[in-house]
Design a protein around this ligand. Sequence first.
Ligand SMILES: [Zn+2]
Length: 367
Amino acid sequence: MKNLKKATGLFFLPVFLLAFTTTSVHKRTGVVKSKPADEYYSFEDFATVKKFDVHIHINTEEPYFIEQAKKDNFNFLDIVDDRPFGLPMAEQQKIAILDLQKYPGLLNFATTFTVKDYNNEDWVQQTIAALKQSFAKGAKVVKIWKNVGMDLRDSKGKFVMLDDPRIDSVVSFLEKNHIPLIGHNGEPKDCWLPLDKMTFSKEYYSAHPEYHMYLHPEYPSYQAQIDARDHMLQKHPHLKFVGAHLGSLEWSLDELAKRLDKYPNMSVDLSRMSNLQLHTLKDREKTRNFFLKYQDRLVYGTDKAINATTKPEELAKTTHISWVNDWKFYATDELIALKGFGDLKGLKLPKKVIDKIYYLNAKKWLQ
Ligand SMILES: [Zn+2]
């Protein structure tokens, strides 16, 4: 390195002239800036760039994931869910509050609300009161889950969709108070297709026919989920909304783009990576242009569920590897294998775009 510096000094003039055509020179200082090196991050930059993962579920008080996040330069959003399996909602939230106190500045958390008493007359008031308590304890965001639209029924037995008037009252409260809402609404489109027409979920739905909506036509359709979400956004134009899992439009960048155009306060998290890689495999330029065009509306998130473990080294290693692999896809143009489909080239997005999707958009959204 030292020798190179010496050599550059010796031959300063010719190097400067040569560089002039391909690089820019700062007007006042005359410092030569090499453009290619400035515009992109390298694979090795992973550790030094500040990053944010906006879709994490922490289900344990163990510190192993958090230690790895620190090492890999990640802030994260811990999302509390109202799901019928695993750790109950209240327990998830207890852990989130503890972590918030233990690791100030490292994480934020998203709270949620129960729909258990949805058919009680005072459900809206009770829900808003519970949310206020969670905000007082540090929650910055609210999550609404797919049980609205796919499980919850009103007193007459009808499915309650996301644009239901009572859900509306809660959403209006959030809109008025500038609190962002994350919506995991519906499922991947695969869920409503026969097994042989699915892109990525065949294995899962073969094992879980009870969740495979193609087999349950009495449940609302995929389109009904998307329409209800769109209708909700139309009614709440000032709501800061983040659609989890590419807003459940993972199968089509065109359909996603239509919503981003129509709803200026909608963003999406990037937690359906296989779909993004498949779009890239099919048409890299189109996918890359999508990222360039919507660089202010995309936030990096992985949907990692962090459970108690007897093998902390393994948890740290798999967490690290998956984050590094994603970085390789976004920041470099190295080859990436998409299992069952083939090899694709990473998107190699400009630094400016990486900084936004990996950090600045999340920060802005959580302000
Ligand atoms: Zn999730």
